[in-house]
Design a protein. Structure first.
Lengths: 205, 104
């Protein structure tokens, strides 16, 4: 029997890969653009913010001070830490960063009451950008996205069109990231395309 | 639709929360020592006041933390939100001064 060679990286299929062309066609950067950010490294991190050993160990491993203010994000280079709860964070980094970050965390957190788990396969990420992005989200969100209530560097867990999401605002434009469970990704991407359809400019010819 | 103030996240829509029933129901220290009637009373019997009621709620779709609330079952008005393991603000709720500490 012939060997079937599978490359665990090159042969990966992200949850929205089959919708990549459709998403691009439904996007209008002057209004709102939708695309998947596949395979981001995501690490669930838990520990007590009151434990100075824990906070110092994470600072050593990730090079950032974990946010303790509810709903805030701290960035350091390509690594970001999202506040998910008073003792819970999601560390997000580029594709492929998980092994190095996890071993750095494991080494720094030796003997410290804490938990760091690779949950990269749990959710995929949808980027929603452009002047109409907030209007698109507002159709399925109970949250106030007005700049007086939400803005860059803010994150929240909420429900968008009946799907549980982590919503992070990454830019002024506005730009958002939606972290959604893989099994909900196709549904949510379809919902976003439908919600964004009215903002696409008609073709010139 | 209620706007519920999570102690961590601030005001969020009711659909993000689940109600966990009456608050401050102390778990018996030695369940094996109870007869069926007493155990059944702990498991099933709850107050059901018309008016102020102490309840447990969880921010299920948000930070997933539990907290306590005093809610008026007639008007739906939320009178107080306070942490697990703490007593309700003085004079609020159906338990009055007889509140027992949560078994943590
Ligand atoms: Zn909350």
């Amino acid at each position: 029997m012939a060997d079937v060679l599978i490359n665990p990286v090159a042969d990966r299929l992200s949850p929205l890969e089959l919708l990549r062309v459709t998403l691009a066609a439904a996007s209008d950067p002057s209004q709102v653009a939708i695309r998947e950010l596949p395979f981001l490294c995501q690490i669930a991190l838990r520990g007590s913010p009151g434990n100075t050993l824990f906070m110092a160990a994470v600072q050593k491993a990730l090079g950032l001070d974990l946010p303790v203010k509810a709903g805030s994000v701290v960035l350091a280079g390509s690594v970001r830490a999202l506040w998910l709860g008073p003792d819970e964070w999601l560390v997000v980094a580029p594709d492929g960063a998980a092994p190095a970050l996890l071993s750095a965390l494991a080494a720094a957190l030796e003997g410290v009451h804490a938990q760091a788990v690779d949950v990269s396969a749990n959710r995929t990420v949808i980027a929603l950008e452009g002047p109409r992005a907030a209007e698109v989200l507002a159709k399925g969100l109970t949250l106030d996205l007005h700049p007086r209530a939400f803005g860059p560097g803010r994150v929240t867990q909420t429900i968008l069109a009946r799907a549980a999401v982590i919503l992070e605002q990454t830019g002024e434009a506005p730009a958002y990231r939606l972290y959604v469970r893989n099994s909900f990704a196709t549904y949510l991407a379809s919902w976003l395309m439908d919600a964004a359809a009215e903002y696409r400019l008609p073709p010139l010819c | 639709m209620l706007l519920i103030s999570c102690p961590h996240c601030g005001p969020c829509d009711e659909t993000e929360f689940h109600c966990g029933g009456e608050a401050h129901v102390a778990r018996p220290h030695d369940p094996a020592a109870l007869d069926d009637a007493a155990w059944g009373a702990f498991i099933f019997m709850r107050n059901n006041p018309k008016g102020q009621f102490n309840e447990r709620w969880v921010h299920a779709a948000g930070c997933r933390r539990w907290f306590n609330m005093v809610r008026d079952t007639v008007t739906h008005r939320i009178l107080a939100v306070y942490p697990m393991g703490s007593r309700p603000p003085a004079g609020l709720g159906h338990l009055g001064a007889a509140v027992v500490e949560d078994a943590q």
